[in-house]
Ligand binder design. Structure first.
Ligand code: URA
Length: 206
């Protein structure tokens, strides 16, 4: 896909997401929050679900967790416009409750299409819900800061910025994990496809 095709594919996708009413929560939203960022981004960040601020603006990670994400990106010299940011589900659940299994299932095709259009080199999962899609059965406290390559994409698990915002130990962990991203990305091509162990452990990179 060239740049123009990518853009129109994303624009089309956003329209479909905005018109989607598969889940009950669509009745209560102010805006759907499809995602945003560079259509040729190397890195895609996937959070959990829009919160109040995101619902108001129709943009992902624009509240306190988003401010922290911006700060984390700054640690590796990136601005949010240079990456792609989205969520597992595209509509805010009422009272910011956790996403329901059926909501995650209903929204999955949107995420798969975003990945197909953007073709990132690296997908960074933020928090448990996002991690569960790509590292099934794994525990965030064990695998954060480790990566696995599947079908040419490096999947990398991190804590959710909202969780790390007010807990000093998680704050340090999420910063350290963010700082590993440039090296991983630079080495991504040479990293073998996943077997049992997360690749960063196999290669003893960290
Ligand atoms: N938390 C998320 O998981 N996503 C957002 O967009 C904002 C907060």
């Amino acid at each position: 896909m060239d740049e123009k095709d990518t853009m129109s594919a994303l624009t089309e996708l956003y329209e479909e997401i905005k018109n989607c009413r598969q889940c009950e929560i669509a009745r209560y939203r102010t805006n759907a929050v499809p995602g945003e960022g560079a259509e040729n981004a190397d890195i895609m960040f996937i959070g959990e679900a829009p919160g109040w601020h995101e619902d108001q603006q129709g943009r992902p990670f624009v509240g306190p967790a988003g401010k922290f994400l911006d700060e984390l990106l700054g640690l590796i010299g990136l601005k949010r416009e240079q990456v792609y940011i989205t969520n597992v589900i595209k509509t805010r659940p009422q009272q910011n409750r956790d996403p329901l299994p059926q909501e995650i299932v209903n929204c999955r095709p949107w995420l798969d299409r975003q990945i197909k259009i953007i073709r990132p080199k690296m997908i960074v999962t933020l928090g448990r819900y996002s991690m569960a899609l790509f590292f099934p059965g794994k525990t965030i406290s064990r695998i954060h800061g480790t990566a696995e390559k599947h079908d040419g994409i490096l999947y990398y698990a991190m804590y959710h910025p909202a969780a790390a915002l007010h807990q000093q130990n998680l704050r340090e962990a999420i910063k350290a994990d963010m700082l590993k991203i440039p090296t991983l990305l630079a080495q991504a091509k040479g990293i073998p496809e996943a077997s049992q162990e997360p690749v960063s452990k196999q290669l003893n990179m960290f």
